[in-house]
Ligand binder design. Sequence first.
Ligand code: TPP
Ligand code: MG
Length: 365
Amino acid sequence: MVGATQGIMVAIRGAAAHMLRWRTRPRAMSTVALKASPTIHRLIRDHQLEGMAMAATGPKGTVIREDVEAALAMKQEADAADLTPITIELNPMTTHLFEQSLMPTHAVTNKKELVGYFTQMYALRRMEIAADVLYKSKLVKGFCHLYDGQEAINIGIEAAASRKDSVVTSYRDHTWQVTRGEPMKNVLGELLGRYCGPAKGKGGSMHMYKRENNFFGGNGIVGAQVPVGAGLAFAHKYKGDGGVCFTLYGDGAANQGQIFEAANMAALQKLPLIFVCENNQYGMGTAKGRGSADTRYYARGQYMPGIKVRVRVRVRVRVRVRVRVRVRVRVRVRVRVRVRVRVRVRVRVRVARPVHARHQGAPGA
Ligand SMILES: Cc1ncc(C[n+]2csc(CCOP(=O)(O)OP(=O)(O)O)c2C)c(N)n1
Ligand SMILES: [Mg+2]
């Protein structure tokens, strides 16, 4: 049993390390297979052409300088194509107390940026799936709250924010720890109670934290992070460092009294605070309509401007956050997450033969 457990852990660690490569270093493929002199190998490495198909026009099929230069030209051409601007039309935004004319109608991006976002979201999804597997293997002690399906909120906000802006969130904090600079293997290590984790393995799933990059956790008490966010925003204003605070909470938490208290203080003191209500339609199995008298979360706090964002298109999150940063007003962003669950049920029907048939043999037997 111990052997099996260790085996699973080694496999997960290996998977995490593999997934991590997008953050730590570009994928380097061996150039040893190429027949070339050490100088040419160095040239290939310097131009980051490892793994790229390349002609070998030198003597005895060796790669020579001209081949490397041709490959470099091809790469530069492809890179330039990846930077061609792509314009995405945005649906009209639903807003509350917000100057409609300030709302952008389109976003400009490019292939490189989009692929980058997708790669990050995909890696985060894989990490959450690994955490899920660990949890279901009973290797994670305590709680384990996943963020799969909501990665776009994380990547969208991070695309518009900088590390000088602070973030505080609920217990769905694994991916935030990664985007704030923690290697994935440490996040998974924290779940497994390992010393490499951000809380030295003593905090577990809900207690990620990275002070040096302005990530203030990971909070297990529903809604408790919102007043903390108001405090962080106050610190930004007091220090005059130009930072803003993103405080994230769920649709279930949105009905808590402390959210309204924090909103009142933030509005009174004009704090650089963005309330992000992540509406995944449920609070512990209770549908939003059964828990909230008003489900227009972006319009809560009648004195605060708000924008409703559908995060299926990540660019929208970035655009809206950028709008907020530009106009320097407090904004309540309501993020609606659409979760699709596909359940496959396999039903096996067995029809027992009637008793008399069993005794007498099947017809024709
Ligand atoms: C003060 C407090 N009350 C109750 C709970 C138990 N609890 C854990 S998660 C949860 C639901 C929260 O729903 P929501 O805010 O929508 O977040 P989601 O889990 O959907 O991201 C509740 C009630 C808690 N952790 N803290
Ligand atoms: Mg919810």
